[in-house]
Design a protein around this ligand. Structure first.
Ligand SMILES: *Cc1c(COP(=O)(O)O)cnc(C)c1O
Ligand SMILES: [Zn+2]
Length: 408
């Protein structure tokens, strides 16, 4: 069961019932889920979590939807890998990769959609929908298939082939919009006022966003019930970034881990970095930009949670970095060549940010650092097409030796 109490406005505090709502009627602030933490603290324990399923539903007590009726394709409980080669290369001691690229639809979006789709079924919706930068499309389509729901999925028309196919395969109605993600989002907001659909990241957004907390929970559990010193997270709307922080702090306030002294570092690609620009200007007002970046999954020019992400950076004494576009692919290659993990441009942004933070001494040897890898490289092969140059030979011993010199 879930300990959800309702929704509340993050700006004016006004309370709302747990319905498909995302904006405060009075001040237009975003709504967030409220819980009965007193009741949760009486039941939750490390042992109870450890006995749970090997998916994000092991954190049921702190989630707003009921695991008993979950739309479940087994999201979450992904590997936390100690990255010794990359650590050595960067002069660090204790570096981990949280490899969320191996979720069922190959991005961390399965976490948010698991919660939103379960809640949508609970509310009686028969149609799941979303405005996507790419990965959300695949996850919504997959969860809708699993739930036997209709799916309408909206994407910008210039998306990578692997993301289009990776969504279309599940049989949704897939709409490619001639415009940016921000155009797609505007259209979907208008549609959600007129169609009785569960738009996972619009009218279902308060529930959807809570799914990202599980990344914070999992990392703390996998580190042996402690918070890391540093988290490096890619930012699009900024939601994931704020929710990892929330997850760590909830674990602490429930007594599952000690105090949280984590520094939160946000990475964006230079071609779409409105949150970083505001951070650099010491300004909490985000100026929307028109994205032009290789990191399409992060290409949100007007980030809904940008302000809250800046607040988390301030509170956690972190920082933000805009990765030069040409460094994104190098980040992808570094992770693949040093740790055997093939990520998409969002992961390249994280590795490039990690390199920058290590080089500038913002993260130090002796600290525990976690880099969050949120999407899979097999969906965006075109960005690293240049590596695909196999040595072509005839099937003979002599041909091999003529083509390749290997010392015996
Ligand atoms: C959506 C997405 C993000 C960022 O999500 P926000 O919560 O909008 O900041 C990061 N990485 C990948 C691969 C994504 O698809
Ligand atoms: Zn309000």
């Amino acid at each position: 069961m879930s300990y959800i109490k309702g929704l509340f406005c993050k700006e004016c505090g006004r309370e709302y019932p747990a319905e498909a709502l995302n904006v405060c009627d009075f001040c237009f602030g975003p709504l967030e889920v409220s819980y009965d933490y007193d009741a949760i603290s009486k039941v939750i324990s490390r042992e109870r979590i450890a006995q749970g399923p090997r998916s994000l539903w092991r954190y049921q007590d702190l989630l707003p939807a009921d695991a008993a009726n979950a739309v479940d394709i087994n999201a979450g409980f992904t590997p936390l890998i100690k990255a010794n080669n990359l650590a050595k290369h960067l002069g660090l001691d204790e570096l981990y990769i949280k490899n969320d690229s191996v979720n069922p639809s190959f991005s961390f979006k399965d976490r948010v959609v698991a919660i939103a789709s379960t809640k949508a079924v609970e509310f009686g919706f028969d149609t799941l929908a979303c405005a996507s930068t790419g990965n959300l499309a695949g996850s919504v389509a997959a969860h809708a298939a699993r739930a036997g729901m209709r799916a309408f999925v909206f994407i910008p028309a210039d998306l990578e082939r692997g993301k289009v196919v990776g969504a279309a395969i599940y049989g949704p109605t897939l709409i490619a919009v001639d415009g940016s993600y921000d155009d797609v989002n505007r259209l979907c907001s208008e549609l959600s006022d007129n169609y009785n659909w569960a738009f996972v990241n619009i009218n279902m957004r308060p529930y959807y966003a809570e799914g990202s907390k599980t990344l914070g929970y999992e990392v703390a559990e996998q580190l042996g019930w402690r918070a890391p010193d540093n988290c490096i997270v890619p930012g699009a709307s900024g939601s994931l970034f704020t929710k990892i922080w929330k997850g760590l702090n909830e674990f602490s306030s429930m007594g599952l881990i000690d105090g949280v002294n984590t520094h939160m570092f946000l990475g964006q690609a230079q071609g779409c970095s409105p949150i970083v620009t505001a951070f650099d200007a010491h300004d909490f007002a985000i100026r929307p930009v028109k994205p032009n970046t290789i990191a399409k999954s992060l290409a949100i020019g007007n980030p809904a949670d940008g302000y809250y992400a800046l607040k988390v950076i301030e509170e956690s004494k972190g920082s933000a970095y805009a990765v030069p576009e040409e460094d994104v692919v190098q980040g992808i290659k570094d992770l693949a060549e040093m740790e055997g993990i093939f990520t998409e441009p969002a992961g390249g942004v994280v590795i490039a940010t990690l390199k920058h933070l290590a080089r500038t001494g913002q993260i130090k040897p002796g600290e525990t650092t976690v880099a969050f890898i949120t999407g899979n490289g097999y969906k965006t092969q075109e960005v690293v097409e240049d590596v695909a140059k196999p040595i072509l030979i005839k099937p003979t011993f002599a041909a091999f030796e003529a083509a390749v010199s290997v010392r015996p």
